[in-house]
Ligand binder design. Sequence first.
Ligand code: HEC
Length: 360
Amino acid sequence: MKLNNILKYGLVLAIPAMSLVSCVSSGDNQGWEFAPQMYVSDAYEPFSQEEGFTGYNPNNMTMRLPVNGTVARGQVGYIYPYANTGEGYEASASYTSSMLATQSNVAEGKRLYDINCSHCHGKSGKNDGAIFKSKKMPGPSWKGLTSDYFKNLPDGKVYHVITHGKGLMGPHAAFLSPEERWKVIHHLRKLSLGDAFEFDPEQETSLGADGSDANGENGTNMDGANGSSNNGAGANFPGTNEERQLVLNAMSKVMFKVLPNRKELKASSFVGLDELAKLLVSNSDWKAVVVGRTGTTVTEDGAENLSQERANTVVNYLVSKGVDSGNLVAKAGGDDTHTGENMTSEGRQSNRRVEIEIYK
Ligand code: HEC
């Protein structure tokens, strides 16, 4: 063969042979890269590391560390101030939330509890879940959620234990968002108190979008959706319709804590009451009667007592916001005049709060 031909055929054969081999990456050979910009972006990839800029990218990270003290969007709820220490646990007792114990929140809490907690603590919270029963792990020393131990355990501590764990119970922060932890806590209280548990009313439904009372236009029903009372604000209310709505709104937001602090206001009550206080301060000739209400299941200290104390709590709060105490009266409503159905938990929630009558 002539040299020319060897070159010619050699080339013809070599090109396909090379193209088969050269692009194939294997083992340590990354193959040939054509147009590497297609693989390695000129712009910095957030999760990659770029060497050589150590002056401003610590550990060669492209992603910046968040500025100290800043919180990423949507993560505010994840800031939990108490450390996983004995002191942190004690301090957590005062930690609270404005998450309402509505029917739907409690139902969601049950779903989450059944998934995350029931295999140890048992579906009804008797510490008789499969794991404790099988003795694979010793259960807690307290006898379940109806025990005095749990009844006296502040919500904040329960939140702390769900977040950080305690003893043999592991942390559950990775499984439950902060909101979900509070929903589970409401469900625990429901399991603990049974029928004595008081649901919070669902919020959206208490007033119509146009500001009219959800129960119609007659203007006599003070209590919107839960229909528990007829009283003075409708007929003799001295202010404008707008001001009347403000009072209704404040009333619908008044909520009390669960055992053992049933006469203490939940934080979610304050915004409405602050507005009401402003209204009463600027109309110093108005008088307000605050009537406390409870359900009939309250027996240990008597419904009468608790409803008076609840009314006092609201009056004291209004006074602390500058309302003249001479214009305020706190009255026990007992449970005699309610119109709500008291046989069901839903009915009981409508009888539990305060009514506020305003006149001149
Ligand atoms: C693997 C079993 C297990 C699971 C799952 C579990 N726990 Fe526990 N839990 C325990 C044990 C054990 C203790 C006792 C810890 C101690 O006091 O040392 C405990 C204690 C508690 C306490 C009492 C805390 C205190 O301050 O004394 C509460 C409340 C509680 N758990 C709620 C929950 C909730 C809510 C969930 C679900 C999100 C859950 N637990 C999931 C095992 C478990």
